[in-house]
Ligand binder design. Structure first.
Ligand code: SF4
Length: 393
C-alpha cells in the first residue's frame, strides 16, 4: 500500500548565536516532534538576519555552526528533516522578487512585523516618553517597599528592587509603543531599508518555495502568515494555481523569562544557554531576580512575576504545583527553590551539551550542505513552474 504523503512544513530561525532554554521550550522541542509527522524544512534564515542590519554578515556567518550544532543536539534528525541554509538556495531571492510585484507598499506598511521593527527603531531613537511614564507608575506601586528598605538602611535591597521593577517594564513599554504606532505619526526613519519593509515577502517566498502547507506559529503571529496566504492566492489568480494556501499549526510557546525578568535573549545577557556547563548554570540561576516583594524566606511570594518559577513551570512539571503552593504560602525560600531549579536544568541540559560537543564543525557543515542540496532540488522545480507561469508565451 502506498505510504500516505506527509504535509510540508517550513520553519526557520535567524542565526543569532547559540540556542538558549527559551528556544528549547518555544521552538526546538516542537520541531523534534514535528519531524516525525510532517515533511519538515528547517531553515537557517541568514538573509533574514541582515534585514535589520546589513553590516552584521560576518557575525551571522560565525553563528551558523553553533546554532545548527544545538539543533542536532536536541534531536533534529537530518535524515527526517531537511536542514538548509537560505543563502545556499538562491531561488529564495528570485521568488522574493516575483512576489514583491504582487504586494502593495501600503499593505507592507501595515504589516505587524514591520510596525514592531519601526517601534524598536523609534524607541532607540529617543521615543522614550512612554517608557519613563510606565516606569514611574510601576515604581510608584512598589515605592512603599523600596522606602522601607531605605529606612532600614538596606540600600542594596532597595537598589535591587528598583532595577528589577525598571527591567520588568521595558518589555511592556515596547509592546505598548508597538500597539500605538501610527504610520502618519512621523516620517519613517532613514534606517528603514527596502529589505526590512520586504521582510515578510521573503518569508512568503521561504514557505511557498517548498509549497509549505503548514506553518507552526503562535497565535500572535497569525497576521504574519496572513500575508503569505494573500500572496499565494494572488499569484494563483494572476498567473497559475501552483501554490497551496498554507495553514497555521497553532503551537503553544511557553513563556521563559530571562534571569533579569525580561524576555530571554542573548542581547540582554540574561539567557541560560544549552551549552552552559553546570557551574555556569548554577551561577546564572543564583544571580537571577525573583519576586522582589519576597525578601525573607517566610514571606509569601508571587510566582507569576518570578523568572525562576517560569522555568520550573516548563522544565520541572512534576514539582511545579507544589512549588507554587509553597511559594505563595511562604513555606519555600528562594535559595532552596533556585537550588532545585539548578539541579533540574543541569540534568536536562548536560546530555544536550555533551551531544553538541560530539559533533565536529565538519559534521555540522556536512549536514547543512547536504540539506541545502536537497532543498535546492525542490526549489529549482518550483521556480521552473513559477517562471513558466509568469512568462509562458
Ligand atoms: S520561592 Fe521560588 S517561585 Fe517563589 S519567589 Fe522565590 S524563587 Fe520565585
Amino acid at each position: 500500500m502506498a505510504e500516505k504523503r506527509k504535509k510540508v512544513i517550513l520553519s526557520g530561525m535567524r542565526p543569532t548565536g547559540r540556542m538558549h532554554i527559551g528556544h528549547l521550550a518555544g521552538v526546538l522541542t516542537n520541531w523534534v516532534k514535528l519531524q516525525d509527522e510532517y515533511e519538515c524544512y528547517y531553515e537557517i534564515a541568514d538573509w533574514h538576519a541582515l534585514t535589520d542590519d546589513p553590516t552584521k554578515a560576518r557575525e551571522v556567518n560565525s553563528n551558523v555552526l553553533g546554532m545548527v550544532r544545538d539543533w542536532l543536539a536536541v534531536g533534529i534528525d537530518p535524515e527526517k528533516a531537511t536542514v538548509f541554509r537560505q543563502s545556499y538556495v538562491p531561488e529564495h531571492t528570485e521568488l522574493h522578487l516575483a512576489f514583491s510585484m504582487l504586494v502593495s507598499v501600503p499593505r507592507l506598511l501595515r504589516n505587524p512585523t514591520f510596525k514592531e521593527k519601526l517601534a524598536e527603531l523609534r524607541k532607540r531613537k529617543g521615543y522614550t516618553k512612554m517608557q519613563l511614564k510606565v516606569e514611574e507608575l510601576e515604581v510608584e506601586k512598589e515605592l512603599p517597599q523600596i522606602l522601607k528598605f531605605v529606612r532600614e538602611e538596606d540600600e542594596e535591597k532597595a537598589e535591587r528592587m528598583l532595577s528589577s521593577v525598571i527591567n520588568r517594564t521595558k518589555e511592556e513599554v515596547l509592546e505598548k509603543i508597538t500597539g500605538e504606532v501610527s504610520l502618519d505619526e512621523a516620517a519613517i526613519p532613514s534606517e528603514v531599508s527596502y529589505g526590512l519593509l520586504g521582510y515578510p515577502v521573503l518569508q512568503a517566498a521561504d514557505i511557498l518555495l517548498y509549497k509549505g502547507e503548514v506553518v507552526p506559529i503562535g497565535a500572535d503571529q497569525l497576521p504574519h502568515l496572513e500575508l503569505t496566504r494573500e500572496i499565494a492566492r494572488d499569484f494563483n489568480r494572476t498567473y497559475a494555481p501552483i501554490f497551496p494556501i498554507p495553514e497555521p499549526l497553532l503551537t503553544e510557546t511557553p513563556k521563559i523569562l530571562g534571569t533579569d525578568g525580561r524576555k530571554m535573549s542573548k542581547s540582554y545577557n540574561n539567557a541560560i544557554f544549552l551549552s552552559d556547563p553546570p557551574e555556569v548554570i548554577e551561577k546564572k540561576v543564583k544571580s537571577s531576580i525573583t519576586d522582589p516583594m519576597k525578601v525573607r524566606r517566610n514571606d509569601p511570594g508571587r510566582p507569576e512575576v518570578c523568572p525562576i518559577f517560569h522555568m520550573h513551570r516548563v522544565f520541572n512539571r512534576e514539582e511545579v504545583g507544589e512549588i507554587e503552593r509553597a511559594c505563595r504560602a511562604g513555606e519555600l525560600g528562594c535559595v532552596a527553590c533556585k537550588r532545585r531549579l539548578t539541579e533540574v536544568l543541569i540534568e536536562r541540559l548536560t546530555p544536550i551539551r555533551e551531544k553538541a560537543q560530539s559533533y565536529s564543525d565538519e559534521d555540522v557543515l556536512q549536514v547543512i550542505v547536504e540539506g541545502s542540496k536537497r532543498a535546492k532540488e525542490v526549489a529549482e522545480r518550483t521556480m521552473e513552474e513559477v517562471r513558466e507561469a509568469i512568462f509562458r508565451p
